[in-house]
Design a protein around this ligand. Structure first.
Ligand SMILES: NC(=O)c1ccc[n+]([C@@H]2O[C@H](COP(=O)([O-])OP(=O)(O)OC[C@H]3O[C@@H](n4cnc5c(N)ncnc54)[C@H](OP(=O)(O)O)[C@@H]3O)[C@@H](O)[C@H]2O)c1
Length: 280
């Protein structure tokens, strides 16, 4: 699909070196859209917790892909997201695409706060990311062969961030309707044991899933060097999302892209040869 000619010139990609942002920026650039990646390490610098850095990052942009750190649902983020919406509106942005978490009351409140800015807001509301295993906090666990999570035998429709990025980029390029929620899941409800089985097959050695309590998870995370507040935040987040209420499939990928979502087994088969899980 071609880009609408009346689209604004630059799209700001906040968190553009991250899991979803890097993929969104890549897709926008491939479609000929000028992008500006923004985070704490870019020029201009963008820091969520320092509002004085926002103006330079927003200057001259017409739309933005918004990924909040460390997580959209953390306490205090609603005030920041609300202020960001106002700043975006005041700078004349016409479209915001917000990355959000599925089945998270706190995240959904942040979605509403951003939409209240009056800027057209599209929400990509996502299940747990497959790439948490290959590009985020579960890489070491897979390398060690034991994935310990407080998720019992709950099923989660884990989603591939390539699909997330494709939907977000399509929204920013005006290729799919904006101003609505795209609820994005993978095509299959999976237990973490199912995911461990797919990883084992793809890697060629056994990866074990170890269900633990939230308290055990937090203690182990701290012992492994995760800062205390981050470990607590993760524990609270997992207690929220892995209680079974997210155990259903959604059709956002198919609605936006006209094809089924990518399966976790395909993700594992593609990621394994990159060496990300190779033990040196
Ligand atoms: N992981 C999941 O399963 C999942 C599922 C649903 C929704 N989400 C949501 O996804 C969002 C994260 O998106 P992502 O996974 O694409 O990002 P990511 O890979 O975690 O990180 C993106 C970038 O954010 C930048 N960053 C970190 N702290 C920052 C700060 N204080 N101010 C500005 N930039 C900062 C970092 O770059 P620099 O170091 O250069 O600053 C980093 O490269 C969260 O809001 C979370 O709620 C995650």
């Amino acid at each position: 699909m071609s880009e609408h000619t009346d689209n604004p010139p630059i799209t700001l990609v906040i968190g553009g070196h991250g899991k979803t942002g890097s993929r969104v920026a890549e897709r926008l650039a491939a479609a000929g859209r000028a992008t500006r990646v923004a985070s704490r390490s870019t020029t201009p610098r963008f820091e969520w917790h320092d509002e004085s850095t926002w103006t330079a990052a927003l200057d001259g942009t017409g739309s933005a892909y918004v990924t909040f750190q460390p997580d959209l649902a953390v306490p205090g983020s609603i005030e920041i997201i609300t202020a960001f919406g106002v700043a975006a509106r005041d700078q004349g942005l016409e479209h915001l695409v917000l990355l959000s978490g599925r089945g998270e009351e706190q995240a959904q409140a942040r979605e509403a706060a951003l939409a209240d800015s009056g800027v057209a807001t599209t929400i990509v509301r996502c299940a747990f990311f497959a790439q948490n295993f290959s590009e985020h906090f579960l890489v070491d666990a897979v390398q060690d062969g034991v994935v310990a999570l407080p998720a019992g035998d709950v099923t989660e429709p884990i989603v591939d961030v390539d699909d997330v990025a494709e939907v977000a980029a399509a929204a920013l390029l005006g290729q799919v309707p904006s101003g609505r929620v795209y609820e994005l899941t993978g095509p299959r409800l999976m237990t973490f044991q199912d995911m461990a089985d797919d990883l084992s097959k793809a890697i060629g050695r056994t990866i074990t899933y170890l269900p633990v309590s939230t308290e055990e998870y937090v203690v182990a995370a701290k012992e492994a060097g995760v800062p205390g507040d981050e470990a607590e935040m993760l524990g609270a987040l997992f207690a929220d999302i892995f209680d079974g209420h997210n155990s259903s499939l959604a059709s956002g990928v198919e609605e936006a892209l006209g094809r089924p979502a990518r399966d976790f087994a395909d993700f594992a088969v593609q990621a394994a040869p990159t060496g990300v899980w190779t033990v040196s």
